[in-house]
Design a protein around this ligand. Sequence first.
Ligand code: CAA
Length: 280
Amino acid sequence: MKTIAILGTGTMSTGIAQVAVQSGHEVILWNRREASVEKGLGGIRKGLDRLLKKERISQSDHDASLARVRGVAALEEAKTADIVIEAVSEDLELKQDLFERLSQICADEVVFASNTSSLSITRLAKNSGRPDLFIGMHFFNPVPAMKLVEIVRGLETSDATAAKVTALAEKFGKVPIEVNDSPGFVVNRVVMPMINEAAYVLMQGVADAKAIDECMKLGCNHPMGPLALADLVGLDVVCAILDTLHREFGVAHYKPCPLIQKYVDAGWLGTKTQRGFYQY
Ligand code: CAA
């Protein structure tokens, strides 16, 4: 698996692209909009600059890594990839449509992986023409810093596909853990209700945002509080995952807190818009 096509140019895609080029892979970074491709390439450069500044990588490693990524706006460019990792926004139809188009572009043996944070891998695989070669590869934010990759098997994912992406995640320097296809998999099913509850605690005036986060940092040894974490992940992403959990399990407990919904409606999406539970 030498060449990796990464679909999407947001925080997750650029983080995945960064770890991929750092581990010697060639990356084709795709977004249908040229401006977004440029932004994505800028994000990868920024991540590598950060490591250079910290003297974690040399200037030549930095430059060589950057030279291994190519930004493209035509999906057809993915045809030379050995694996596709999709990390576009959490929209089932959008993802299914991309995989259907890719099934016409890529050779039959190419593995398709999705970085979906909560959608069904089995459902995403449906129009891919290769359910045995389809799998979830779920990274965590910020990708360069977080060790885990959830490896999610769909109903028909083969052992060979699971073994291939497990080896790839290890080459990225990550720790892959296999989990079953279920809404939110493991991490988001556990962490999103905690974020939701923290939003209710704030909305009900039990404590302010800073106090809630300090309580969870000092009382549970979490590296950051749940509201700061929600801002990092993106309130739109948090809302989409909670909506999926709510829809799939039919339990009111997963319904997004009205405060999160209100912030999303206002465009307060967290660090990426400089405003969420906090101002940046
Ligand atoms: N990009 C790249 N690397 C980053 C980074 C970023 N945005 N932020 C921090 N790092 C790296 C730093 O370079 C540093 O690495 P080294 O030790 O190798 O130098 C390391 O992370 C620690 O960073 P700092 O000392 O600057 O800051 P910190 O100690 O406050 O850690 C943090 C920052 C890693 C983000 C930490 O607060 C943390 O682990 N927070 C929890 C993050 C988390 O839970 N993520 C999962 C969210 S759920 C999800 O992503 C799933 C989904 O589907 C939505």
